[in-house]
Write a protein that binds this ligand. Structure first.
Ligand code: EPU
Length: 386
């Protein structure tokens, strides 16, 4: 359907607050909404409609309305902080933005605290807040861009910790059945950079995430790379012999700041590729030609290879296809040098080129990590690779 033929949804669906008494007055529905500032890659994008949700009831009301009048079958797309997504220039969908706020303590014992966090809370601010409260477990995930509601989709992970280590449950709206559901950590089917939510596109809207955080400041995880030594320096500055979670958090903030571009300064969506997992046999064979290849042992005789290393060795650190090029300090991150102008197609072109170069050199296939949204609002697969 071309945009010229599109119905006026605000009247068709009675979505506008001005036009519908059923719809909460706080709900904002906007048409022809520019989303180029709502994705950290800063890709040019205009969406047909955007609905901002600041409480859960608004979604119930919206869905009742949408279901009753959606004869044009306009797809729904959930967009959170936009930090792991590649949007099309024209997005023919109704974009739902879960921006509910709030952090509530559900339970506290001598050893742990259970908290429930609404989807719209900024992730990094949440990490800082929990560490300041003396609630630990999220400190290694500091400075990851985005909102809390999106964190389970990708099972965010960094410096030896993944979200699934502290997540207890998710409350989410199942769009096809129009029901709210409580999913345990097991129900979420987490994997490396993966979850049920990522594998079932256009299906779930996450509204709350429950965490169990511990209260023991001596329990830290600082074994990854430089984290231990930088955290130790912070501890020393504070006259402590051993680092505490706040030192680890500060160390990780420093390390990330040095290596990863700030999306506000240089638009990007974090790691652009997953670290590929190959067989031990293949890794050993590659080691003969490339003794410095970086890999981490995995279960079942597999090895996770550092994609950033592969890209750098393929001669692409700082390379790609302008305006989309890899970052000088971390080749796994693709950056956009013409913010709000570059399009999804520019990204696809750079992706194809990088994947082809790496494959030619190492016979290893790189898979894209961020979510690709098609022009019709449906989430695409990794179809842009050779
Ligand atoms: N490396 C290079 N050249 C590069 C980049 C990396 O040789 O240009 C080497 C490094 O020297 C190191 C190895 O590759 O030996 C791994 O690099 P790094 O520690 O930076 O981690 P990564 O595997 O590239 C992953 C996550 C990051 C996360 C870091 C730290 C994935 C896809 N990415 O990157 O996540 O911050 O570990 O835990 O697993 C993100 O999700 O956006 C993200 C940045």
């Amino acid at each position: 359907m071309t945009s010229a033929l599109r119905p006026d949804l605000s009247t068709q669906y009675d979505l506008s607050p001005k036009m519908s008494g059923e719809f909460s007055h706080e709900t904002s529905l906007e048409s022809s909404h520019d989303l180029s500032h709502a994705n950290t890659m800063a890709l040019a994008c205009v969406a047909d409609f955007v609905v901002t949700l600041t409480d859960e009831d608004q979604l119930d009301r919206f869905m009742a309305n949408y279901a009753g009048s959606n004869e044009y079958n306009i797809p729904l797309l959930v967009l959170s902080g936009g930090s792991n997504v590649l949007l099309p220039a024209q997005l023919h969908a109704i974009v739902l933005r879960p921006l509910m706020r709030g952090i509530v303590v559900i339970d506290q014992t001598q050893t742990y605290v259970d908290i429930e966090v609404m989807a719209g809370e900024n992730w990094h601010d949440l990490v800082i807040y929990t560490v300041a409260q003396g609630w630990y477990g999220l400190e290694n995930l500091a400075l990851i861009p985005g909102l809390t509601g999106a964190a389970p989709v990708q099972n965010i992970g960094a410096y030896g910790v993944q979200l699934e280590d502290t997540l207890q449950y998710v409350r989410a709206y199942h769009l096809p059945s129009r029901t709210w559901q409580h999913l345990s950590a097991t129900d979420c089917e987490f994997g490396y950079r993966d979850s049920l939510f990522k594998r079932s596109p256009n299906t779930w809207l996450i509204s709350r995430v429950g965490f169990r955080l511990h209260l023991d400041p001596s329990q830290i995880l600082a074994s990854y790379g430089d984290v231990q030594s930088v955290a130790q320096d912070y501890a020393k500055q504070q006259n402590r012999t051993l680092p505490i979670p706040a030192d680890v958090m500060q160390a990780i903030i420093d390390i990330r700041t040095q290596k990863l571009p700030d999306p506000k300064q240089l638009p990007n969506c974090g790691s652009f590729f997953q670290n590929p997992i190959i067989s031990n046999a293949k890794f050993t064979a590659l080691q003969e030609t490339y003794p410095d290849i970086v890999g981490y042992s995995m279960p079942q005789s597999m090895v996770k290879v550092a994609a950033g290393w592969l890209i750098e060795q393929a001669g692409l650190k700082g390379g790609g296809i302008a305006p989309i090029v890899t970052h000088q300090q971390q080749a796994l991150v693709l950056t956009n040098h013409t913010p709000y102008q570059a399009t999804q197609e520019d990204v696809a072109e750079a992706q194809r080129y990088i994947v082809a170069c790496v494959y030619e050199k190492f016979a290893i296939h790189l898979s894209r990590e961020p979510i690709w949204v098609n022009a019709d609002g449906l989430i695409g697969h990794d179809e842009h690779v050779v």
